[in-house]
Design a protein around this ligand. Structure first.
Ligand SMILES: Nc1ncnc2c1ncn2[C@@H]1O[C@H](COP(=O)(O)OP(=O)(O)OP(=O)(O)O)[C@@H](O)[C@H]1O
Length: 510
């Protein structure tokens, strides 16, 4: 397929959804929602956590059947019954959790998908098509690489490529940049822009208004399952109006009074950690973090940040160096002892290592409290107490989309993050290790996370904030250091940390 084949300019809308209703177990997720997407456009779909963005896109691609309403593709109101049928109609979706088979190579995944779509091809033919498509889109992707060995950004490219090779003219990307570094996000958005300029239609689900302003032609805003702004032009619009429509008026949070840091709660000396393949992930890292303080670690992803978090959590060993938590030697301490010392962890990949999708909200919230005896002895857990604690957390953290008995896996991405924060930022938290804590959260929820971290620190905790989002680092931290190739720069007070100075450290130029 050549780019010109994808052009649908001047035609009916690529995708027109009208009066869509969808409920799960009687709870409405969409009520009379609509979406209109034209060829040649990147169209942002924005809205608070749980607004129904993923659901409406899953209805478009027939992952879910709507209870009512119409889905019209290219002017034809055909009833699409399965994602495969949606794909043959030209609709392809890249989900928040990728759908590739990890143990297969990129080419095997493509051959599998093409076979499933009634276009069987040999492995060598699939590899050739992967190579050609990647070259056409100006990115590198080894067709013979096993997917599970690829970086997240490469896996995402493989997904986009697979969907395009299957013939998608209408591409739906559900929060694609939430898992990418800033540079990777820019590359993906440039690719998305190019796909639209070549004539495809792209729907981009996002919380980031700078992505709307920088790359999108139109924006649709959803709130509580309804479309509150339909296909508005982005050029010349005021982004603040979009923010207000998406999440309502945001209160100004007063800047907290500076606190005098107290006793050291996290002391790391010369820490070195290796990856599974034996390569150095963290090298000779030292830092001291005191009560009442947030130390921000900025840096491009893939420079040892997840390995540092895993090591501090007790999930992977240090090969050298020492770690002290709240004054206690903890270098080789098991997870339980670290937790007892007051360690709280918000890892970047919440669904893989922090929440259990099949367990109800109440049990996910109780996971770290059970062994502390917060709900009675192991053999006689007080379920009523668990439920009451969960009800309070759900109300206080504004977790929407489920009750105490709802499996955590059914929550929207942002609400799952709120659930994790509710558990980790409880009263016992003394040393908080937070990796990209506002990833996937809407503006209001991001503000709530930042307030919760500030409050925990005001009450005497210490926070190691690891984030690729410089704005997040600059607004929250007292001191800032940069992680590059597993090494940490000397922390500097926030007043001395300019974006240029940090940028130079991140690029390894300082
Ligand atoms: N399979 C499901 N079963 C039950 N409820 C669901 C299911 N999928 C979504 N929901 C609910 O539907 C509502 C809308 O969720 P959806 O994932 O569409 O929100 P979203 O706007 O994409 O949010 P986020 O920005 O947090 O990802 C939420 O209340 C969610 O809990």
């Amino acid at each position: 397929m050549t780019p010109s084949d994808t052009s649908g300019r001047g035609r009916a809308p690529a995708l027109l959804m009208r009066d869509i209703d969808k409920a799960f177990d009687g709870h409405p997720a969409l009520t009379g929602a609509g979406f209109r997407l034209e060829y040649g456009h990147v169209h942002a779909l924005v809205g608070e956590n749980g607004a129904g963005k993923s659901t409406i896109m899953n209805v478009a691609t027939a992952v879910y059947a709507a209870d009512a309403g119409e889905v019209i593709v290219d002017g034809y109101g055909t009833a699409l019954r399965t994602p495969a049928e949606a794909l043959s109609a030209g609709l392809g979706m890249v989900h928040q959790h990728f759908r590739l088979v990890g143990r297969f190579t990129v080419a095997e995944n493509v051959a599998l998908a093409l076979g499933g779509a009634g276009q069987p091809c040999s492995l060598s033919e699939a590899a050739r098509r992967v190579r050609e498509k990647a070259a056409e889109l100006d990115f590198r992707l080894d067709p013979h690489a096993r997917v599970e060995r690829l970086s997240i950004a490469e896996q995402q490219r493989a997904e986009v490529l697979r969907v395009l090779l299957l013939g998608a003219r209408i591409l739906i990307l559900d929060e694609p940049t939430a898992v990418l570094t800033a540079a990777e996000a820019r590359a993906l958005l440039a690719l998305v822009r190019r796909l639209a300029d070549e004539g495809r239609a792209v729907a981009l689900v996002t919380h980031k208004l700078h992505e709307v302003a920088g790359y999108c032609d139109r924006v649709t805003i959803m709130r509580q399952g309804r479309t509150v702004l339909a296909a508005a032009e982005v050029a010349g619009a005021d982004l603040n109006d979009f923010a207000r429509l998406a999440v309502g008026e945001l209160p100004d949070t007063p800047r907290p009074a500076p606190v005098t840091p107290g006793a050291p709660l996290l002391e790391i000396e010369n820490l070195s950690v290796r990856r599974g393949d034996g390569s150095a992930a963290v090298e000779g890292l030292s830092l001291s973090l005191r009560a009442g303080e947030i130390l921000g670690i900025a840096g491009v992803g893939g420079n040892g940040q997840p390995e540092l978090v895993d090591c501090l959590s007790g999930l992977s060993p240090a090969v050298a160096g020492t770690v002290r938590l709240a004054g206690q030697e903890a270098t080789r301490a098991p997870v339980r002892r670290r937790r007892r010392a007051g360690l709280a962890v918000i890892p970047a990949d919440r669904s893989d290592s922090a929440l259990i999708g099949g367990l109800p909200l109440a049990q996910n919230l109780a996971l770290t409290g059970v062994w502390r005896g917060a709900f009675g002895p192991f053999w006689w857990l007080n379920k009523a107490r668990m439920r009451r604690a969960a009800e309070t957390a759900i109300t206080e953290r504004d977790i929407r989309g489920g009750g105490v008995a709802t499996p955590a896996g059914l929550l929207s991405g942002g609400n799952a993050q709120k659930l994790l924060l509710a558990r980790e930022l409880g009263p016992g938290a003394r040393v908080i290790v937070a990796h990209s804590p506002s990833r996937g959260l809407d503006l209001r929820a991001t503000r709530a996370v930042h307030d919760a971290l500030r409050q925990a620190v005001r009450e005497g905790a210490a926070c190691l904030l690891i984030s690729e989002d410089l704005e997040e680092i600059m607004t929250l931290s007292n001191r800032i250091a940069v992680m590059n190739h597993g090494r940490l720069s000397a922390p500097m007070p926030v007043a001395e940390a300019s974006a240029q100075a940090l940028g130079a450290l991140m690029a390894g130029h300082a």
